[in-house]
Design a protein around this ligand. Sequence first.
Ligand SMILES: [Zn+2]
Length: 327
Amino acid sequence: MTENRFFALAIDIGGTKMECGIVDSQGRLLSAVGKHQVPFNGEGIADPAVLIDLISPYVEQACRMEGDFLGIGLGCCGNINQKTGMAVLIANLHWRNVPFGSMVRDAFGLPVYAATDGRMALLGELAWGAGRGRKNVAWATIGTGYGGYLYLDGRLYAGAHGFAGNFGHNTWDELHGSLCGCGRHGCVETFVAGPAIARAGQIAADTKTSPFLSQIAIQRVIKTRDVFDGERSGDTACQNIIAEVIRLVSINLGGLVNVLDLEMIIIGGGVAKAAEDLVERISVKTREYLMTEEAKTDLIIVSETFSNSALFGASADVFLQQGRLVL
Ligand SMILES: [Zn+2]
């Protein structure tokens, strides 16, 4: 007799890509991970109906599988109301008050658990990754944006409106900072996320302070990864740009640890993966900004466990909310 298995469909919607996969209650992937471009309409707004069409084959696949299909976990790259599934503000998708959670629920007649991708990623790490057994953990992502989610005293911390963890929108320098996606100037995110690195690289190319980037700029605009390539090749301007990113992230995370006395920070996102040792360098640098010797000794800063922790965490949310998973 085989043990009954439980599984969920996990969906992770980012600013440009959507990933889908079927995951069981042990955190094992039961299907290939499907990757899709987010469909945008002529006005640059992500189209919810087309997204649901893209999700549909995965629901059909899950319905055909043996075992109990418990529902859909839906992570989204912005502020989404966990209780209602309302996408309150998702800047990259140009969504404001789109009831996406209930649209998915109505389309498939299945339980749907929608939340910000930061919560999902942290859940994935707590359930099956680096955060297992820990009680005070922050998730941080450095990619198109910068921010995260918190697990404090053994509880996921959503805050008064469910928007906790937006530490990338702490102001660093409103006088010299550029306009942020949140509508204000000079948030940390505008200095450390991918677009900021690319922008600093473009300036270094245009002002000829970086020979490496000036060469590339003859052909095309500078991308984030060019700055990392330049750093690896020994270009001083690129090294300075990345060193400044590491410094600001470390000040920001160090401040977080001083306030919350965290034991672990798990870092994910495309920028964090752009250099193999970036997370390690952030870990070393962050210690300069910690107040106590205990934190300096004990704080663990590591890279995310999965290629996409938010995808796994989206399924963990289904199991957690249906009592099939205890953190
Ligand atoms: Zn901001």
